[in-house]
Design a protein around this ligand. Structure first.
Ligand code: RB5
Length: 144
């Protein structure tokens, strides 16, 4: 199960990603928003983060205009490691190294073609379980 949410700046890209995931038979919980009308991105960051933290969803996807505001909001929530990625290398690396549990995208930054490649990479690459990375992630959790 994948949790997804966006503000108005990410709404159109969210619709493309939801359709793409459903075409592949991946179950999606869409937390909104439901139109291009202006809304506040922290609301959607919290909904998707809570779904991931309570293990309703295995991973989350958040989209705003830049991906910046919504990733900042998500990363304020303990246990969330939200990675803003606009290339496939970063999407792969953040799963392998950071065990990122939410992908953030900017709907005004990337086109749907690239965004779907980034989503595929993020959802399909497992965490490496390398002790170096486990140690670093636990240091993040300890500090905050
Ligand atoms: C909304 O206009 C815009 O500020 C928002 O989508 C996002 O880019 C914030 O970081």
């Amino acid at each position: 199960m994948i949790a997804i949410g966006s503000d108005h700046g990410g709404f159109l890209l969210k619709q493309e990603i939801v359709a793409h995931l459903k075409e592949q038979g991946i179950e999606v919980i869409d937390f909104g928003c439901d139109s291009a009308q202006s809304v506040d991105y922290p609301v959607y960051a919290k909904k998707v983060a809570n779904s991931v933290l309570k293990k309703e969803a295995t991973l989350g996807i958040l989209i705003c205009g830049t991906g910046i505001g919504i990733s900042i909001a998500a990363n304020k929530i303990k246990g969330i490691r939200c990675a803003l990625c606009h290339d496939t290398f970063s999407a792969r690396a953040t799963r392998e190294h950071n065990d990122a549990n939410i992908l953030a995208l900017g709907g005004r930054v990337v086109g749907a073609g690239l965004a779907l490649c980034i989503v595929n990479e993020f959802l399909n690459i497992p965490f490496s379980h390398d002790p170096r990375h486990i140690n670093r992630i636990s240091q993040i959790e300890d500090k905050f």
